[in-house]
Design a binder for this molecule. Structure first.
Ligand SMILES: Nc1ncnc2c1ncn2[C@@H]1O[C@H](COP(=O)(O)OP(=O)(O)OP(=O)(O)O)[C@@H](O)[C@H]1O
Ligand SMILES: O=C(O)c1ccc[n+]([C@@H]2O[C@H](COP(=O)([O-])O)[C@@H](O)[C@H]2O)c1
Length: 209
């Protein structure tokens, strides 16, 4: 408990971060500014069972996450547990581990509205909603507009599930678009933190073989 008698809030922001980009950083900054977090864990995904393409090696994604998020103001932990874990990455496992490590903390799972809408496809999603508050940031759609999210649209929403809105200006940046641009040799320096752009260049990431 805090001196105020409330449970410390631990934020969890997971992603493939292939690569981490400016919208990810803006989302993390908004979470630190708005969610009253004692800590923010930025968690690169290990084995993304839900994505059909092979991700860039986890060592590179972890290194880029350190470059992108390591300098943010606030207590930020670049959490390597999922890249170190064998087998498919399940957020539920991460939440169970954090619960054991920090009993009494309130876990706050942070995501874009696109992921929130897909929650019923997640492993153990109803258990996740029993453990964590879900904080949802709006996300610009490639077709224009923003991805709105209303928890009531989730079929089978468990009673007691808690959601919070995270205010974020809609940004249409996506890692898919950045990988595509980098593969074409286009300049991506306005889309990712400069240290990430240097890392991509130095390690020849996203270029055709
Ligand atoms: N432009 C954005 N605005 C708001 N949230 C975003 C944005 N881009 C990513 N996110 C959120 O960040 C988290 C991690 O996303 P992820 O690493 O998959 O990035 P991505 O840009 O969606 O990647 P990809 O294009 O490869 O699917 C997810 O919760 C996602 O909803
Ligand atoms: O646990 C699951 O089943 C699960 C299914 C889909 C996504 N996630 C997590 O959601 C986060 C964002 O996913 P993504 O696809 O936008 O990178 C990332 O931490 C993933 O591991 C988790």
């Amino acid at each position: 408990m805090n001196p105020s008698g409330t449970a410390p809030r631990i934020g969890i922001f997971g992603g493939a971060f292939d690569p981490p980009h400016n919208a990810h950083v803006a989302l993390a900054e908004a979470a630190l500014a708005q969610l009253d977090l004692a800590e923010l864990h930025v968690v690169p995904t290990g084995q993304a069972w839900h994505k059909s393409r092979a991700l860039t090696p986890k060592e590179d994604r972890l290194a880029m996450a350190r470059l992108a998020f390591g300098g943010l103001k606030g207590t930020v932990v670049i959490d390597s547990r999922e890249v170190l874990r064998d087998g498919p990455t399940y957020t539920l496992d991460t939440l169970h581990e954090l619960q054991q490590e920090q009993p009494g903390a309130q876990l706050v799972l942070i995501m874009g509205a696109d992921q929130a809408g897909a929650l019923p496809t997640w492993h153990g999603w109803q258990a996740i909603l029993g453990i964590a508050i879900v904080s949802v940031a709006y996300r610009a759609l490639s077709t224009g507009g923003t991805a709105r999210f209303d928890p009531k649209m989730l079929p089978g929403l468990p009673a007691g599930a808690r959601f919070e809105a995270l205010e974020l200006p809609a940004m249409d940046t996506s890692a898919t678009d950045i990988r595509r641009r980098a593969a074409l040799g286009e300049d991506i320096s306005s889309l990712v933190p400069s240290a990430v752009a240097r890392y991509i260049d130095q390690h020849h990431l996203y270029r055709p073989a």
